[in-house]
Design a binder for this molecule. Sequence first.
Ligand SMILES: Cc1ncc(COP(=O)(O)O)c(C=O)c1O
Length: 389
Amino acid sequence: MTKAVYDGNPQHMKAARDGIPQYIREIDAYVPGKPVEEVERELGIRAIKLASNENPLGPSPMGVEAAKRALAEANRYPDGGSYYLREALAKLLDVPRTNIVVGGGSTELIHVAASVLLGPGESAVTSEGSFPLYYIATEKMGAKLIAVPLKDYKFDLDAMAHAIEPETKLIYVANPNNPTGTVFDADAFAEFLAKVPERVLVVLDEAYYEYVAMANYSRSLELVREGRNIFVLRTFSKVYGLAGMRIGYGIGPAELLTEIDKIRLPIPVSGAAQAAALAALDDFEHVRRSIEVNRDGLAQLEKGLREMGVKFVPSVTNFILVEVGEGADALAEEMLKLGVIVRPMAWMGFPKAIRVSVGTAEENDAFLRALGQLQTGSATANSGERVRS
Ligand SMILES: Cc1ncc(COP(=O)(O)O)c(C=O)c1O
């Protein structure tokens, strides 16, 4: 039996594919940042990764200790409802526990929002030039994706409100947006919400919330407390440095979360991840340093880019969209050979840009040096430090 499926016969492989709905086969796959080990293995040089908007200081030390302790219980299934973490978040955010859901990264919650609301004949509204998982989550449900163009690298909230159809069930907005690093303020969002029918769920993705220093940035939790049909997403992957643990959370109407609980995996988050997140919430020193290093790193990168005369989109997050011009994807490829992993952006709709995550001061320097070398044509292939001779 097994042989009939796995014998490599093209007819059998076609049969496996033909059972899959056309709307799934048409999805453009998500392209993750290249892992450091892959680049080091393939190119034989030491590499630094500035490609996935991770925390360059490492994980919260308190989170790591708690995760280690939790591993002693790894023979047991953990609490599928993340009770203690939701309790702690409820206190911190001043929102009832029944309005909080914990997920395997906020990306899981992007998906479950689509799973619970969308189907063929329905639609979701979002923006072009935003987080590709919004597109994938919509398309995997066989629903129509309505993506409104950006305006000067920012969400065009007015055009998004106008794009809502009678069939629209869901709107995805990222604030700040990835990959542009741009933001809208709480007043602009209130104006937008006033134009959105109550029946449409607004998923407000605040993955980079903790980095934003702008006044009047967000009143998202007030909106949840007021009972608006809004689902706010946050994550432990960024400022808490726990991207590898896969844990995030959502704050929204209890009625929505009850339905979500019925259709998602019963135990989506490991015990170690729950323990790490719970401890990381109290790791004020790590959070403080992460925000500080990011603020300084953003300034360092922006100064360096300005000095080189390279165009970029001013950012409030932990990454910058850099407009390097024609051949941006090739430039990212050349940077790899210099041991610096950045993200080419053509696949996200910016053919002339790369996205660089804010690293430590040394990593930011290495990026600026590599970019400078490539811009002046002075780079030599494999001038990065060699791992193996
Ligand atoms: C806008 C946005 N939302 C969500 C995420 C993913 O977060 P998580 O690691 O919590 O799944 C990212 C990660 O890069 C992001 O940029």
